[in-house]
Write a protein of this length. Structure first.
Length: 195
């Protein structure tokens, strides 16, 4: 470990790789609230938060578990699910009076086609204004499940098909029907009032 009179110990959350304080400061001092996207192994969490001196105040939030209320049968951490969660969070934010937000991905790398950008695209399609480059957003075929359906149609081995898509089949959804199911759930989110 480095030592000496000029060495400064980093903050604990930075040492634990949980918070980038330089980025957090620039987002917290901005006029627009933060559109926080966190992707974990179990799901995706989206929050629209205002930074205050006392701490963050969450204005609206959505989790991948919330999609079950709208009849979503596929996995909660896929790219189509990410888009729908962003769409739901965007609608909730608009109902709470937020029209513009800045994307906060935390320590996640900003790679092209990342699920966090699918979440942002869903929120933008809901009407929320988020500054984001269109080149880095996943393709529409990935966001509506068309890539999964095409891959499932090309598979020839039935055992491999059942192994790869066991979660879909167990929930009563054939992967070839994912784009149509995606559109149904999106329509339900549009029609139902946000809770």
């Amino acid at each position: 470990m480095a030592k000496g009179p000029r060495y400064r110990v980093q903050y604990r959350r930075r040492r634990e790789h949980k918070t980038d304080y330089v980025l957090r400061r620039s987002l917290a001092t901005a006029e627009a609230p933060r559109f926080v996207v966190r992707v974990s192994n179990k799901g995706i969490l989206v929050q629209v938060a205002n930074a205050e001196i006392e701490g963050d105040y969450v204005v609206a939030q959505a989790h991948s578990r919330d999609l079950k209320k709208f009849g979503w049968k596929a996995g909660g951490k896929s790219t189509p699910a990410a888009y729908l969660i962003g769409y739901l969070a965007g609608r909730k934010a608009l109902e709470a009076g937020v029209t513009r937000a800045n994307l906060d991905m935390g320590l996640t790398r900003a790679t092209s086609g990342n699920k966090a950008f699918a979440v942002a695209k869903g929120a933008m399609d809901a009407g929320l204004e988020i500054p984001c480059d269109s080149d880095i957003i996943p393709s529409p075929e990935r966001m509506n499940g068309g890539a999964v359906a095409e891959y499932a149609e090309q598979m020839e081995d039935p055992l491999e098909y059942e192994r790869r898509f066991s979660v879909y089949l167990r929930r009563g959804l054939r992967p070839e029907e994912l784009p149509a199911h995606f559109e149904e759930v999106k329509k339900r989110i549009e029609e139902n009032s946000v809770e």
